[in-house]
Design a binder for this molecule. Structure first.
Ligand SMILES: Nc1ncnc2c1ncn2[C@@H]1O[C@H](COP(=O)(O)OP(=O)(O)O)[C@@H](O)[C@H]1O
Ligand SMILES: [Mg+2]
Length: 304
């Protein structure tokens, strides 16, 4: 990326580009494509697309493991507004504004001019121009980094050491509401620009079929059958745990099922309920109280 070119960048009408792509592909095709990796998110997809078609930044909000990151990436892939279709940032609290904007090396500029390839060190806010910027766990950004992002969104220019670089992109962020404690919240000015779209746990029946599908996918060519009763139990467990204020992750639930089946295969025995319970609770050993609660919920799920 040469600074000389960046300083002369032409604006891109991003919402128009999205509208063209959506018309071209058709909403049903977009939903069907996403359906190859995620199910039950049609409402969310419509909310994201409608936001993008008017140039509004979208944030997918929900607890961990519900497909937020996967969905953001999948939508960017399908729209394929340019190549590569998206730039992704894993946000964290120590991220600086420069981590997002990139930096201009003044010494290089003075010695070798704007043409020199080292005059600008790339950053995602500039790199995303013409495509989608996926900002994962956006609620972790500190206020300084948020300010740089806000400026890019509202002015479509990024200021680096006084130089002004055009950048047009569509933003899809993800955020985990449970993490709001202890991390930064989005500033009011930034939050006001976003469309917050909630991603929820699928209902029990859908969850059950997703779990079977994903667990099978994980097991690949391993010759092992997953008893459907396993998925019934896990889906019931997840619903009850959620009601009790302990939302479960679709990813880790699928892992628990697949892991149980892989272990049964390794030991050349039948897939067992006890092993399933152990796998589901394997990551909560550090919190005996929560473990106790989840154990009870699991045991109750067996009796249906
Ligand atoms: N609704 C769903 N349908 C199918 N798979 C899902 C669904 N939700 C989650 N998953 C599975 O869980 C994985 C984790 O999703 P991820 O995008 O990392 O979640 P998040 O970003 O919300 O933590 C996905 O790749 C997918 O395999
Ligand atoms: Mg994620």
């Amino acid at each position: 990326m040469r600074l000389s070119e960046l300083l002369q960048r032409a604006p891109v009408d991003m919402p128009k580009l999205v509208r063209q792509r959506v018309k071209q592909l058709g909403v049903d095709k977009i939903k069907a494509k996403i359906g190859e990796v995620l199910r039950g998110l049609d409402e969310v997809i419509l909310d994201v697309l409608s936001g993008m078609m008017i140039g509004r930044p979208v944030a997918l909000v929900g607890t961990v493991g519900l497909g937020k990151t996967t969905l953001a990436e999948a939508i960017a892939e399908i729209l394929a507004l340019r190549e590569p279709p998206y730039v992704e940032v894993a946000c964290h609290s120590h991220m600086t504004a420069v981590d997002l904007t990139g930096d201009i090396d003044i010494a290089v500029v003075l010695q070798a001019g704007f043409e020199h390839p080292l005059s600008y060190i790339p950053g995602p806010l500039i790199m995303a121009h013409g495509g989608v910027l996926v900002m994962d766990e956006i609620n972790r950004l500190n206020p300084y980094a948020q300010a740089a992002l806000l400026q890019a969104i509202q002015e479509h220019y990024v200021y680096i050491r006084g130089y002004r670089i055009r950048s047009d992109f569509l933003l899809i962020g993800t955020a985990n509401p449970r993490e709001y404690e202890g991390v930064y919240e989005l500033s009011e000015a930034l939050a006001d620009r976003f469309k917050f779209v909630e991603v929820k746990m699928p209902d029990r029946e859908l969850l059950r079929s997703i779990l079977l599908w994903k667990a099978k996918e994980l097991l690949g060519d391993l010759e092992v059958e997953i008893p459907t009763r396993l998925a019934d139990i896990v889906a019931k467990f997840a619903m009850e745990a959620q009601k009790a204020g302990h939302p479960q992750s679709v990813r880790s639930l699928s892992f628990a099922i697949a892991d149980t089946a892989a272990r049964a295969w390794a030991e050349r025995r039948d897939v067992g309920i006890r092993e399933l319970k152990r796998n589901l609770l394997i990551n909560v050993t550090a919190d005996p109280e929560l473990r106790g609660v989840l154990e009870k919920i699991f045991d109750k799920s067996l009796n249906e």
